[in-house]
Design a binder for this molecule. Structure first.
Ligand SMILES: [Mn+2]
Length: 417
């Protein structure tokens, strides 16, 4: 990176609101404007650790979503262009709708399918990146090789409360929309923009799009996100194609299952402004259920005016998977924590119920009985939260001190999707 640009980047006061102009190097005269979020020492430490590394492994969480796989492939792509022997290792196979991206330039090694190959890569690695997860239980059995590995681990993530003691360097920014946003910022602040190409841009866009619900969710309010999107679009990525493949692809069975769920299984509780959908193992079997088939289903009842929150229960092998979503002004993370051994984000949370479906539904009814009705639509639910002894003054202002706290969630872990 030419020195003068580096200076512009690094002279910016870390916590100032001043905009930093970053020159995008791939095409002349094109500029993008985003703030420096990561402190300089983190970028420098990352560079130092990379300097010493020849072989690098990039990992992400179990049941990888678009952000997990997108950020891993993008970072791996850039590392390869930096001359590293870099590979992506996944705990388990990608869902069908995301496989296309892993069949292009970089083929991830799946631990559950090729444990020996994956182990050798990790054992021989000089550096291991941990993307889009905050604790070892999020990578399931892959932890057996990641935890004891000799290579230092670097965390790059946007979930709250990472197990920081596991990482030599942790870059945890819960205020980021996605790990892909964070990886993009790391690329830019490290001066690696010239290594972004169409493959990397597609992978990054995939994560930005999926983690924000195609730029609908609350986490996509930062205007800077759209500068990043604008930059990525310059690489001739087809966002319509990516949307259709990753977010709008269902099998006939999956679509019929969702139809059945909405038509026959959705129950509305007007006093509590809540909808409940329950799918039993027998129903799932009838429609030849595969992971991901009910993706987004929990959100559907929220489109009904007056429905403020939504609960979806799916009978899994080990437990009943519970997902909750709500509109702004209500919160479901604390409800998931209190009633369903879970947690997550205010507006999107989940949990596991260990016991038969009937008992899970009984807990749902007990929850309603303990919530004073009606639940307000205008966000004035203080009485409810008070009764449940839930604090409402949660700091989600996103101005945490990035020098001391890079702590960062667990909705992926908890939401039963
Ligand atoms: Mn993510």
């Amino acid at each position: 990176m030419p020195q003068k640009y580096k200076k512009i980047l690094y002279n910016a006061p870390l916590k100032s609101k001043k905009l930093v102009i970053l020159r995008v190097e791939t095409k002349a005269n094109e500029m993008t404007t985003i703030k420096n979020v990561l402190p300089e020492w983190q970028i420098e430490r990352l560079e130092k650790m990379l300097e010493r590394a020849r072989s690098v492994v990039v990992t992400c969480h179990l049941s990888p979503d678009g952000d997990a796989i997108g950020s891993s492939l993008a970072l791996c792509g850039v590392l390869r262009r930096l001359g590293k022997y870099a590979n992506v290792v996944l705990p388990d196979q990608l869902p069908l709708n995301l496989r296309f991206i892993a069949e292009e330039e970089i083929r991830p090694v799946v631990y559950s399918m090729h444990p020996n190959h994956a182990s050798v890569l990790v054992e021989r690695a000089d550096l291991v990146f941990c993307l889009d997860y905050n604790s070892m239980h999020r990578i399931d059995k892959l932890a057996e090789v990641i935890e004891p590995c000799r290579a230092p681990r670097i965390l790059i993530d946007h979930h709250e409360d990472p197990e920081t003691e596991l990482f030599k360097l942790w870059m945890s920014y819960p205020e980021m929309s996605s790990t892909c946003e964070l990886v993009y910022r790391i690329i830019v602040q490290s001066g690696w923009q010239r290594h972004i190409d169409r493959f990397v841009a597609r992978a990054l866009y995939l994560g930005l799009m999926t983690d924000t619900g195609n730029f609908i969710h609350d986490n996509s309010e930062n205007p800077e996100l759209y500068y990043i999107v604008a930059d990525l679009l310059r690489y001739d990525i087809d966002k319509g194609e990516l949307y259709n493949r990753a977010m709008n692809t269902f099998t006939e069975n999956a679509l019929r299952l969702q139809g059945h769920a909405l038509s026959k299984k959705m129950e509305l509780y007007p006093d509590h402004r809540v909808a409940l959908i329950v799918l039993t193992a027998a129903e799932l079997e009838e429609y030849d259920y595969h992971k991901g088939d009910t993706e987004g289903l929990v959100n559907r009842p929220l489109s009904i005016p007056g429905v403020t929150w939504s609960v979806f229960m799916r009978e899994d092998k080990r437990c009943v998977k519970v997902s909750m979503r709500c509109e702004k002004g209500f919160r479901v993370d604390t409800l998931c924590a209190r009633y369903f051994n879970g947690g997550g984000h205010e507006l999107a949370a989940g949990g596991d119920f260990f016991g038969p479906m009937d008992d899970a539904v009984a807990v749902f009814h007990r929850m309603l009985a303990e919530l004073p009705a009606p639940v307000a639509c205008d966000g004035d639910n203080d009485e409810i939260f008070e009764k449940l002894n839930i604090k409402t003054d949660i700091d989600n202002e996103g101005n945490k001190d990035t020098d001391t706290r890079h702590g960062g969630d667990s909705v992926d872990a908890a939401c039963g999707m």
